[in-house]
Design a protein around this ligand. Structure first.
Ligand code: ADP
Ligand code: MG
Ligand code: MG
Length: 208
């Protein structure tokens, strides 16, 4: 992994978030409080603006710095969750290294585990974890099988899409939508959508 790539990915994610304003805004208006786009835009813009500060850092240091910054900028439920993802991913990379897809997959899994612990949620609760858990599992599986990065990315794009769509038929048991009961059915979770978009964006860069 290279810090250069982290910066490239951050800039691409910012563009993706900005391009999906109406989607993210309306999903959170339907089953939340309508601010998910604003929160994600603030986070993505802040990280994009860190470009110069990140350039000289090692990848794990850059991801940790991103996490720390997100903690104080995104706000909402998603802010501390995404912040803990980056900080925990950074910690695993620092301890285990980043010189193979399997090591990067393990670090990604460490980040997802931090979200699970912090948010006390799991699969099927209509949150971002319905994208992140299956993607993390698939990433480890694909990397364990020694598949090349293009095949891994194609699988992860597919898995993220399925996970995002799976939230549509679920009742929420965590987050704001938990109070809606059956009224949340028929709506995709906004955090699942933004995570799917971010994963797709990073994978598209790797498929270039
Ligand atoms: P808020 O709900 O505070 O307004 P956002 O709108 O930015 O914050 O983020 C909402 C998203 O956060 C939800 O769509 C969901 O995916 C995610 N989320 C909320 N609570 C949890 C949790 N406990 N675990 C995992 N994800 C969660
Ligand atoms: Mg919200
Ligand atoms: Mg809010």
């Amino acid at each position: 992994m290279k810090t250069e790539f982290i910066i490239e990915a951050a800039l691409a994610i910012q563009q993706t978030i900005l391009a999906n304003e109406s989607t993210l805004e309306s999903l959170d208006r339907e089953i939340g409080d309508g601010d998910h786009y604003i929160n994600m835009k603030r986070g993505a813009t802040t990280v994009a603006e860190m470009q110069a500060d990140l350039a000289s850092l090692k990848p794990d240091e850059a991801l940790n710095k991103i996490g720390l910054k997100l903690l104080s900028t995104i706000g909402g439920a998603s802010g501390p969750l995404l912040a803990s993802f980056f900080m925990s991913m950074a910690k695993v990379l620092k301890e285990n290294g980043d010189e193979s897809n399997l090591k990067i997959a393990a670090a990604f899994a460490g980040g997802v585990q931090a979200i699970i612990q912090r948010g006390k949620a799991g699969l099927g609760e209509k949150t971002m974890l319905d994208v992140l858990i299956p993607v993390s599992n698939e990433f480890v599986l694909q990397a364990t099988q020694n598949n090349d990065i293009k095949l891994i990315c194609a699988k992860l794009i597919q898995t993220a899409e399925q996970g995002m769509l799976s939230t549509k038929d679920l009742i929420a048991t965590k987050g704001r939508a938990a109070g809606l009961g059956e009224r949340a059915i028929g709506h995709i979770d906004p955090g699942a959508k933004s995570c799917q978009l971010m994963i797709e964006t990073v994978c598209h860069l790797l498929l270039k």
